[in-house]
Design a protein around this ligand. Structure first.
Ligand code: KG4
Ligand code: ZN
Length: 343
């Protein structure tokens, strides 16, 4: 009989339940995507998300147990995302986790969604997780966040310090908004990724945004605005000139990656991030160009780049259960869902 942590993730538009062993082995990680429900609206509708989570969560739990050949008596703790995210969506997961923790008499561990992404690069497709180094950087680029974190592990405890963040839009949000304007389905990131692979990045060029104060923060809203303007002026659209569409996607995507590498290089050159390991996570970490260019960036500087497995890039409960393994449980009745939880 396996001893597992049950992970629950419902912060946005994916309901996910996972069973993870003490060594980080993922026994099951099921994700019920709601993308089709939100697609007609071109983005996530919070009310629909909450209702879907409510319908999906218990059936998903029983399927997860079945696929891992475990039963509820194998669950030794419950880890749940308690924010940040859509509040109604987070509440569904937290309420389910509280009920399970109470009903099974096992501890409840609240997990910040971002901490889940931060550790996700250490999960493996099979077998135990890769051990954490004493210190690593984590770059989390997703639909809601774009930040770099300095993570140190002392006495088995993780200490996380944010080094930069986006001052406006997140990278994934900009992928999705630009994709919508050119007529690609939601979420647009994977579609742009696919089209860009066959495009010429030189045809549409976008500059890297810089702050007057020389900050290493990200800013993607200027890029979003100019990409949308160029798309409209040049009538770039799905179903139109296919090569033009691919070239536009290549130029836009390259600009997102250019900015990410520009910030990393700046922090590297000023000595802020002289570490030996860099983890890439979050939905946008699935992007082919970002993975390739970041790996090359690391190679040039002797930095080990840990790319999260694609299955653990977008929201999933395995990363939440895994993050929960290294945290203390709290009084289950006091776990609060919060839309704006900070690390
Ligand atoms: O981490 P995630 O599932 O949700 C948040 O916590 O935000 O990230 C979802 C985001 C979406 O914006 C989606 O377009 C983007 O990740 N994404 C990608 C790719 N796959 C997903 N962006 C660029 N290239 C991809 N291959
Ligand atoms: Zn996420």
């Amino acid at each position: 009989m396996c001893a597992v942590t049950l992970g629950i993730e419902t912060s946005c538009d994916e309901t996910s339940v996972a069973l993870v062993g003490r060594d980080g082995t993922v026994y099951s990680n099921l994700i019920a995507s709601q993308i089709e429900r939100h697609q007609p609206f071109g983005g996530v509708v919070p009310e629909i998300a909450s209702r879907e989570h409510l319908e999906q969560i218990m059936p998903l739990l029983f399927r997860a147990l079945e696929s891992a050949a475990c039963d509820l008596s194998s669950v030794e703790s419950v880890a749940v995302t308690n924010g940040p995210g859509l509040i109604g969506a987070v509440l569904v997961g937290v309420a389910a986790a509280q009920g399970l923790s109470y009903g099974l008499s096992v501890p409840l561990v609240p997990v910040n969604h971002l901490e889940g992404h931060i550790v996700s690069s250490y999960l493996n497709r099979e077998g135990p997780a890769t051990p954490f180094p004493e210190r690593f950087l984590a770059l989390v680029v997703s639909g809601g966040h774009s930040s770099l974190y300095d993570v140190t592990i002392r006495g088995g405890r993780r200490h996380i310090q944010m080094l930069n963040r986006t001052r406006d839009d997140a990278a994934g949000e900009v992928f999705d908004k630009v994709a919508k304007v050119i007529g690609l389905p939601y979420p647009g990131g994977p579609h742009i990724d696919r089209l860009a692979a066959e495009g010429d990045r030189e045809r549409f060029r976008f500059p890297v945004a810089q702050f007057k104060d020389d900050s290493a923060d990200f800013s993607f809203s200027g890029l979003k605005a100019s990409a949308i303007r160029v798309a409209r002026e040049s009538a770039v659209a799905a179903g139109g000139d296919e090569q033009q569409l691919r070239d536009f996607c290549a130029g836009f995507q390259a600009a997102v990656v250019d900015q990410i590498l520009d910030r990393l290089s700046r922090l590297w050159e000023t000595g802020t991030i002289r570490v030996s390991e860099l983890a890439l996570a979050g939905g946008v970490a699935a992007n082919g160009e970002l993975r390739q260019r970041l790996a090359a960036w690391g190679e040039q500087r002797n930095v080990v780049v840990r790319l999260a497995e694609r299955r653990y890039c977008t929201d999933n409960a395995a990363m939440i259960a895994f993050a929960g393994l290294h945290k203390d449980p709290v009084d289950a009745t006091r776990v609060k869902a919060s839309s704006r939880l900070v690390l």
